[in-house]
Design a protein around this ligand. Structure first.
Ligand code: ATP
Ligand code: MG
Length: 388
C-alpha cells in the first residue's frame, strides 16, 4: 500500500552537487532553543543532522553508473518491489575494498518527485545513517546526482531475501507464515520501534509503520525500513511535532490525521493495526469484501475479544495452529494500542514486554501461564493508566 500526501511539506532545498554527500536538512531549530529546555546543566540533545555528520563516513557513496551496472541497467527482471516513491531492484555491488565476493543489495531508485522526493531520500539517508539496531534495516550507501538531464536519488540497502511481512501475509505464493513466526516478527518489529522511541540520544517518530515496511532477512528476522517520513520527536516541554499529514491510509492515527500533531503515540496506533493484520491475515482495506467487512478496524470491532464470536476473525490459514489464549492477548494488546486517547496507549517498551510474556507463555504451554499473561498485561496497562 502506498503512502499518501494530504499536504506537502514546504522544503527549503539546497541543491546537491553531483555524487555529493547529502547535506543536513535546513531544519527549523525552534525546538532546540535553550529557553525550551528545563535543565540547563544537561547537555543539549543533538539533532539527527548533527549526529549524522559524525557518522556519515560509514556510508558508501555510489556513482550512478555503478548502480546501473549493479542492476543490469535497472532491468525489470531484477525489480523486486514498487512503492509510492520508487522501484526497488535486486543487484550486486563490489565490496568497498574492491576485494572479495560481490555483495547482494537492494537498490531503491526514487521516481522523480522533485523536492518531496529529495526530502524523503535525505531523511532516509540521515536517519538510517545514525540509527543502529538489529531490527532496523542497514543502509549501505546512496547515490545523488544532479545534472541537466534531471536528478537521481538512490539508496542501497542490505538485501532482505524474504521481502516484507506484507508479502507473506497477503500475497499468494509464499507458504503461510506460522503463528509462532508472526509473533516473533511482530516482537522484533516492536523492539525496533521501542529503540527509535527511547533508545537513542534523540527520539525518533517513525511515522510509517506498516507491514510492507517490515522486511524479513534469511531467518525471517524483521527489520524496519523506509525512514523517509521519520521525524525527530518533540524536545523540551513540547508535547508534539506539528507536521503536514503524511503516511499510509489505514495505518495513520486518527488524532494525527485530524490535527497534524505527531507524537510517538501515533506509531503505537499503527503498530496496533499491524497486530490485527497478523491476527486476521487481512489488509487494512479489503475492497473485494462486503462493505461491512472492508475496513479492518471496523470489521474486527464486530467480534470483541471477550465475545464468543472472537475466533471468527482469526486468519483461517492458522486454524488448529494458533493458541487461542495468545490470540486473545494479542487482540487485547492491539485494542490498547488503538485507544482513541493517544496518551492511554502503551509505550513501545511496554508492548515489547507484553509480547515477550505472551511468547514465553506459549512456550510454557499451559493455560495457567496464559492466565498469568492476561494478568501481567492488565497490570502493565493499569500501571500505564495510573502513570506509576
Ligand atoms: N532491502 C530490501 N530487500 C529486499 N526487498 C526489499 C527491500 N526494500 C524493499 N523491498 C521490497 O520492495 C517493496 C517495496 O518497497 P517500498 O518501500 O518501495 O514500498 P512500500 O513500502 O510498499 O510502499 P511505500 O512507498 O508507501 O513505503 C517492499 O514491500 C519489499 O517487498
Ligand atoms: Mg516501504
Amino acid at each position: 500500500m502506498k503512502c499518501f500526501y494530504i499536504f506537502k511539506d514546504k522544503f527549503k532545498n539546497k541543491k546537491g552537487q553531483a555524487n555529493s554527500a547529502p547535506e543536513p536538512r535546513d531544519q527549523s531549530k525552534s525546538n532546540s532553543s535553550p529557553l525550551s529546555r528545563t535543565a540547563k546543566s544537561l547537555p543539549s540533545p543533538r539533532s539527527i543532522p548533527e549526529l549524522y555528520k559524525e557518522k556519515e563516513h560509514n556510508l558508501r557513496v555510489f556513482s550512478f553508473q555503478e548502480l546501473k551496472e549493479a542492476t543490469n541497467g535497472f532491468n525489470r527482471l531484477l525489480k523486486i518491489g514498487e512503492g509510492g516513491f520508487g522501484s526497488v531492484y535486486k543487484g550486486t555491488v563490489r565490496p568497498a575494498s574492491g576485494q572479495g565476493d560481490p555483495i547482494v543489495v537492494a537498490i531503491k531508485k526514487l521516481n522523480n518527485h522533485g523536492l518531496q522526493g529529495h526530502k524523503q531520500w535525505l531523511a532516509e539517508v540521515q536517519f538510517l545513517g545514525v540509527v543502529s539496531h538489529p531490527n532496523l534495516v542497514k543502509l549501505l550507501g546512496y547515490c545523488s546526482v544532479d545534472s541537466e538531464r534531471g536528478i537521481q536519488r538512490l539508496l542501497v540497502y542490505e538485501y532482505m531475501p524474504n521481502r516484507s511481512l506484507e508479502d507473506h501475509l497477503f500475497k499468494r505464493g509464499p507458504p503461510t507464515l506460522s503463528w509462532r513466526k508472526r509473533l516473533e516478527i511482530i516482537l522484533g518489529a516492536a523492539e525496533g520501534l521501542a529503540y527509535l522511541h527511547g533508545g537513542m540520544e534523540v527520539q525518533v517518530i517513525y511515522r510509517d509503520f506498516k507491514s510492507s515496511n517490515v522486511l524479513l532477512d534469511k531467518d525471517f528476522k524483521p527489520k524496519l525500513s523506509d525512514f523517509g517520513l521519520a521525524r525527530e520527536g518533540p524536545t523540551g516541554d513540547r508535547t508534539h511535532v506539528s507536521t503536514a499529514v503524511v503516511g499510509t491510509y489505514g495505518y495513520a492515527a486518527p488524532e494525527y490525521v485530524e490535527t497534524g500533531h505527531l507524537t510517538i503515540h501515533s506509531d503505537v496506533w499503527s503498530f496496533g493495526v499491524v497486530l490485527y493484520e497478523i491476527l486476521t491475515g487481512r489488509r487494512t482495506l479489503e475492497r473485494n469484501h462486503p462493505v461491512k467487512e472492508q475496513k479492518l478496524l471496523d470489521w474486527v470491532k464486530q467480534f470483541p475479544v471477550d465475545s464468543k464470536r472472537f475466533s471468527m476473525i482469526i486468519d483461517p490459514r492458522l486454524i488448529n495452529e494458533y493458541s487461542f489464549n495468545a490470540a486473545k492477548q494479542i487482540a487485547k494488546l492491539a485494542d490498547s494500542c488503538l485507544n482513541k486517547n493517544a496518551k492511554e496507549r502503551p509505550t513501545m517498551t511496554q508492548v515489547v514486554e507484553m509480547l515477550k510474556q505472551i511468547i514465553q507463555d506459549i512456550e510454557g504451554g499451559n493455560t495457567s501461564t496464559n492466565r498469568n499473561a492476561e494478568s501481567s498485561q492488565s497490570n502493565l496497562l493499569r500501571r500505564k493508566q495510573n502513570k506509576v
